[in-house]
Design a protein around this ligand. Structure first.
Ligand code: ATR
Length: 267
């Protein structure tokens, strides 16, 4: 019996998740199919209900439905509760289990793939939307020296930071500070916009990480290189790692990710 999974989003045509899960399934000899499903903007709940009825075992959820998936879940993991956002649903007899694997994916990419130590590092997290919210707890669990959230709209960052007991402010408050790890969780790269970072923001040996990815380096990574960041990474590794975490939840086994990241990088 083939087990069915999917990724639900809108838009969804460019999602790489089907390719990633097909690689994982092949690698681990799993009899599964993974589809790409476009849900109408007002039709997420109906789409999930249909998949459940059709016998799907679970699905990934992407923009713009992660908050709805969080609300829809019968059971939530601690990290999904913290993130107020769900990207992985498991359909079981007693209900829908919601999890969020984005933060774990980011931490694994930075720590294992890039070999950068989060422990003791000064982290600047840019952005206060869903992407930022999903990674705060997993980053804190790695025991950094601290995390500061910078956001264009300061009123959005403050309550979020308070919830996690960390600092927050506008970009103008960063003057004179330096960070070891600067993470771009804004949607700026999509519009070719870089948050207004002051000079000297990248400490010696720092890593600039953009959660976005593309064929070319993102505008933020180009800026970071010119501004003195030592290491640069886009979010392709995070994408594969969050998928690996979802695969582990569903199939009870961890896939190998290095070869899949390399494959995606080359196509
Ligand atoms: P997501 O769920 O992907 O995080 P979102 O909730 O729309 O998307 O949040 C986008 C984030 O990117 C916000 O923090 C936004 O800042 P505001 O809260 O001030 O809107 C940030 N953002 C988008 N474009 C930006 C830009 N050009 N410069 C700085 N921040 C930007």
């Amino acid at each position: 019996m083939t087990d069915h999974y999917a990724v639900i989003g809108n838009p969804i045509a460019h999602s790489k998740s089907p390719l990633i899960h097909a690689e994982f399934a092949k690698q681990r000899g799993q009899d599964m199919q993974y589809a790409r499903i476009l849900a109408p903007l007002d039709g997420f709940i109906e789409t999930v209900a249909r998949l459940r009825k059709e016998g799907y075992k679970g699905c990934n959820v992407t923009v713009p439905f992660k908050l709805e998936a969080w609300k829809l879940s019968t059971f939530l993991t601690v990290r999904a509760k913290d993130a107020e956002s769900v990207n992985t649903l498991s359909f079981r007899d007693d209900g829908i289990y919601g999890d969020n694997t984005d933060g774990a994916g980011l931490v694994r990419d930075i720590g294992s793939n890039l070999g950068f130590s989060i422990r003791g590092s000064r982290i600047l997290l840019m952005g206060a939307g869903g992407a930022a919210r999903g990674v705060i707890r997993p980053l804190l669990d790695e025991e950094p020296a601290g995390i500061f959230i910078a956001n264009r709209t300061v009123e959005k960052a403050k309550p979020l930071a308070e919830r996690f007991g960390i600092g927050a402010g506008g970009y103008d408050e960063l003057e004179g500070q330096a960070f070891d790890l600067v993470i771009n969780a804004t949607s700026g790269s999509l519009k070719e916009e870089v948050p207004p970072l002051p000079e000297g923001i990248f400490a010696q040996g720092s890593l600039a990480y953009d959660m976005m990815y593309g064929k070319e380096p993102t505008v933020f990574l180009k800026f970071a290189e010119a501004a003195g960041a030592k290491y640069l990474s886009d979010g392709l590794g995070m994408l594969v790692e969050q998928a690996a975490e979802s695969f582990s939840i569903w199939r009870g086994m961890r896939p190998e990710t290095g070869s899949v990241i390399a494959k995606l990088r080359s196509c």
